[in-house]
Design a protein around this ligand. Structure first.
Ligand code: TA6
Length: 299
């Protein structure tokens, strides 16, 4: 994979597209697969592998708001997941997901197309999170898989703690006919109502709001999208926690941007460093958390 400036690459493989609703984005293509990543928040908006339908869910009511992530896709929760431990008026899921990211480099070879987007903390973030850090999201698209690699570098003089998530909304045919496999035996924090630690005994199924942080998770988790007769594999690196979320009816109504019955067509399975799974990065060091997604027919 050679690195280059985007305008030196074949435009059918990597190109900047101006999307009215979502702002400037990078369109990637490789081997019959297509993906789109918005520059705002480095948010994956779409991924269609060769021979499969769209895998990423984006709300029909997603609206671009400066400083906010769109509803759906893969919001990059960084440099914290959920509510900041010190509370206050800090935004949920950190400040990188709504911020402008820059194109750092891009590349294409006979197998894959990729783009690297970068984000650096600055004085405007000091009140929220007083650390010097750089985040790089590397999106690599092949014919049958997409890899999201989130690299955090400590560019300051003090160690810092980080929690984060690739908060991916996956498109499913019907949440009531969807299961998440691979979490059997894991402990989790149930955050619906008073936070309670429980143990998972079987496939995760959905008959109401589900919002759980699974701990000591395996590298491989699968979404059984029964209605679409497909399995979506979520293979993680640098992560020992995963979030499974579906807002169901009432929370969807409170969120207000899920679209009519949108909750039925999505499930979040998030590769994370969250809750007990906190990362500490010393000056000059870095940490990589990544997820590779693949789809296969389950017929
Ligand atoms: O990852 C699950 C979660 O933390 C839910 O509790 C819900 O808040 C969701 O993220 C979406 O958060 P957002 O701030 O994007 O509305």
């Amino acid at each position: 994979m050679w690195e280059s400036l985007i305008d030196e690459l074949p435009p059918d493989r990597v190109r900047v597209v101006e999307n009215g609703a979502y702002g400037p984005a990078i369109a990637l293509a490789a081997g019959g697969a297509h993906a789109t990543v918005a520059l705002q928040g480095a948010q994956l908006l779409s991924w269609r592998p060769a021979h499969h339908a769209e895998v990423i869910w984006l709300s029909p009511e997603a609206q671009r708001v400066e400083g906010k992530s769109l509803r759906g896709g893969t919001p990059v929760c960084w440099p914290w997941f959920g509510q900041h431990p010190e509370g206050g008026d800090r935004p949920a899921h950190g400040f990188a997901r709504g911020a402008p990211w820059r194109i750092h480099h891009a590349g294409a070879d006979e197998h894959a197309s990729m783009v690297a987007l970068s984000f650096e903390t600055g004085p405007q973030h000091a009140q929220l999170w007083p650390h010097d850090a750089k985040a790089m999201l590397l999106v690599t698209l092949g014919a049958d898989a997409i890899d999201l690699e989130l690299r955090t570098s400590n560019t300051g003089r003090e160690p810092f703690s980080l929690t984060q998530a690739l908060h991916t909304y996956f498109a499913v045919g019907d949440i009531a006919r969807t299961r998440v496999l691979g979490l059997e035996g894991c402990n989790y924090i149930d955050t619906v109502g008073p936070w309670t630690r429980r143990r998972e005994h079987g496939p995760v199924t959905f008959g109401g709001e589900v919002d759980r942080i699974y701990l000591a998770t395996p590298a491989m988790i699968e979404i059984d999208d029964i209605a679409n007769a497909r399995r979506i594999a979520v293979e993680s690196r640098g992560s020992r926690s995963a979030v499974v979320w579906n807002p169901w009816i009432e929370k969807s109504a409170r969120l207000g941007d899920m679209g009519p019955e949108g909750y039925r067509r999505m499930v979040c399975v998030e590769t994370a460093n969250a809750a007990d799974d906190v990362v500490t990065i010393t000056p000059g060091d870095h940490h990589v958390m990544a997820a590779t997604y693949r789809v296969r027919s389950s017929l």
